[in-house]
Design a protein around this ligand. Structure first.
Ligand code: IDC
Length: 336
């Protein structure tokens, strides 16, 4: 009988050790930036955390306007960006303005949005859907259209933790937080949350998503909200970083859903040192960021050289900005 107990104890211990190491092996094979590891993201104070409560940072790239560069945005290309470039989040910039052939008056753009979401889901990646207001400077201008779009989107993807909602890219011009953005945000967030209660929502802020003081004075009363702050390395510096620190110290979460290696025109020189100061700063604070943009347009911020044509390997056509992005996202392959 005694012997039997010992054998039993040995079996139990053996199983426990096997279980523990199996778990370790499993974790060591895990892609810590994947959706299957992180699941629904949550805002906890000024941090963004995964389902385990671990603080997370994601880094990736944004499309240019999908109405202009749609043919570039294929499964093969997005997969290459994940594997060879090191992105773990993808942003779909859907312009809204009819003058830009945006969603208002061109509703079939949503089919491209769904196609790209499904590609990102297949790649186990996060995907930000950006309602890209720009010359239509106040989100209230097309609020009804936004409500319709986000209602359909959030119903379709209500159980999909990959999808992150960015509800107004950059309010600008004379757009004011309380008067022109806050009420819009309340309306659209409620619409989304009616369908998808656990979703993460990014809210653009006035002055091209650089305004924080007025937001802090009158914040949104919803859970799981991050505020969009955008920077361009040649235009924004320590002054904006100090404002972000101050804003975060008051308990608000920030998501850099768009940033550029150039100045705010999106063209001209690539500011390598200034960009590095930004990405180091963001890494220290685990603030997620997404680069503008995945295109072959002849402009400084484009990922690719203009000579790229669909079917070519992206990695052979990286522009100066594209090379800087690769060094930043995948430094270990720098000299290979
Ligand atoms: C720029 C594009 C450029 C295009 C212009 C107007 O790079 O090719 O002609 O938009 O559509 C933003 C905007 C983003 C801008 C980018 C660079 O969100 O749409 O893209 N930028 O100017 N905010 C700050 C800079």
């Amino acid at each position: 009988m005694k012997k039997f107990k010992w054998i039993l104890a040995a079996i139990v211990a053996g199983l426990a050790i096997y279980g523990a190491t199996k778990d370790l092996i499993k974790v060591s094979n895990t892609d810590f930036k994947s959706v299957s590891y992180n699941d629904w993201l949550r805002v906890d104070g000024n941090k963004i955390v995964n389902r385990r409560g671990e603080e997370v940072q994601f880094t990736g790239i944004s499309t240019h306007g999908i109405q202009w560069f749609s043919e570039l945005y294929t499964k093969e290309n997005i997969e290459t960006l994940k594997k060879d470039m090191g992105i773990n989040i993808f942003r779909i910039a859907m312009y809204t303005n009819p003058d830009d052939n945006g969603y208002v008056g061109n509703n079939n753009l949503k089919e491209k949005v769904y196609e790209l979401i499904d590609i990102c889901v297949g790649l186990d990646m996060y995907v930000v859907v950006d309602w890209h207001i720009l010359n239509d400077n106040k989100p209230t201008i097309y609020q009804e259209e936004a409500r319709g779009f986000f209602s359909e989107l959030s119903a379709k993807y209500k159980d999909t933790p990959n999808v992150i909602y960015e509800i107004c890219n950059e309010p600008n011009g004379d757009a004011e937080w309380e008067r022109d953005v806050k009420g819009y945000a309340e309306d659209i967030i409620s619409t989304i949350r009616d369908n998808s209660p656990k979703s993460l929502v990014i809210v653009g802020t006035p002055r091209w998503s650089r305004e924080m003081v007025n937001v802090a004075n009158s914040p949104l009363a919803f859970e799981n909200i991050a505020y969009a702050i955008h920077f361009y390395a040649g235009s924004d510096n320590i002054t904006l970083r100090d404002k972000i620190d101050n804003f975060r110290d008051q308990g608000f979460a920030v998501f850099v859903s768009e940033c550029g290696t150039t100045d705010a025109t999106g063209d001209g020189e690539v500011y390598e040192d200034a960009f590095k100061r930004w990405t180091d700063y963001l890494a220290d604070r685990k603030i997620s960021w997404i680069n503008w943009s995945f295109s072959n347009k002849d402009e400084g911020s484009a990922l690719l050289k203009p000579e790229y044509t669909v079917g070519d390997n992206l990695m052979d056509y990286l522009s100066e900005s594209g090379q800087l992005l690769k060094r930043t996202l995948k430094p270990e392959t720098e000299n290979k």
